[in-house]
Design a protein around this ligand. Structure first.
Ligand SMILES: O=C(O)CCC(=O)C(=O)O
Ligand SMILES: [Fe+2]
Length: 182
């Protein structure tokens, strides 16, 4: 987190890093085999709500990430790409919080999970998130540099409530904090 923010020219102190990532949550997902994976939803398309998510990979696979439409110089825009399953590797997802903080420089990864017909799978992602009472808004240096904040200030608890009261539907969760003219 520190490195990612320093990359944008911002030097957060330890207290700030702790405020932004100090809350931890895990999901425990079980994906049974399905004879026809096309007929089932493993996890529907969504972005994670926190700052960064850490996910230990197995050799089975099934995690897909959607390549953003509005970034330059990448292949496969708008397509779903499977993350190659490398046993023991850590996959790190950017979550909505980091997108808001960075004023949109880092984009949260829209992802989904499919089951396979041959192997069941368990995944236990670790979400690092702000403390519930923390106020999240684009870092002032970045908003100033970009000529305006693309997200309004939200209390993280409210963002969470909004996130969990809606079904997974791509990156719509971010609309809650988006400033309309962007
Ligand atoms: O099972 C996975 O690979 C990812 C699960 C996931 O996206 C989640 O729990 O938020
Ligand atoms: Fe996720």
């Amino acid at each position: 987190m520190e490195v990612l923010l320093e990359n944008l020219g911002v030097k957060p102190d330890d207290t700030k890093i702790d405020a932004l990532t100090g809350s931890k949550m895990v999901n425990m997902n079980f994906y049974p085999t399905c004879p026809d994976p096309e007929l089932t939803v493993g996890v529907g398309r969504h972005s994670d709500l926190g700052a960064l998510t850490v996910l230990l990979q197995d050799g089975i696979g099934g995690l897909y990430v959607k390549v953003e439409e509005d970034i330059e110089d990448v292949a496969k825009k708008g397509e779903w790409v499977e993350i190659p399953p490398i046993d023991g590797a850590l996959v790190i997802n950017v979550g909505d919080t980091l997108q808001m903080l960075s004023n949109g420089k880092y984009k949260s990864a829209e992802h989904r999970v499919r089951t396979t017909s041959t192997k069941s799978r368990v995944s236990i992602p670790l979400f690092t998130m702000p403390k519930p009472t923390e106020k999240i808004e684009p870092l002032p240096q970045l908003a100033e540099r970009d000529g305006g904040a693309r997200f309004r200030e939200v209390v993280f608890k409210d963002y969470m409530n909004n996130f969990f009261s809606n079904a997974h539907d791509g990156k719509k969760s971010l609309h809650f904090a988006q400033v309309n003219n962007h």
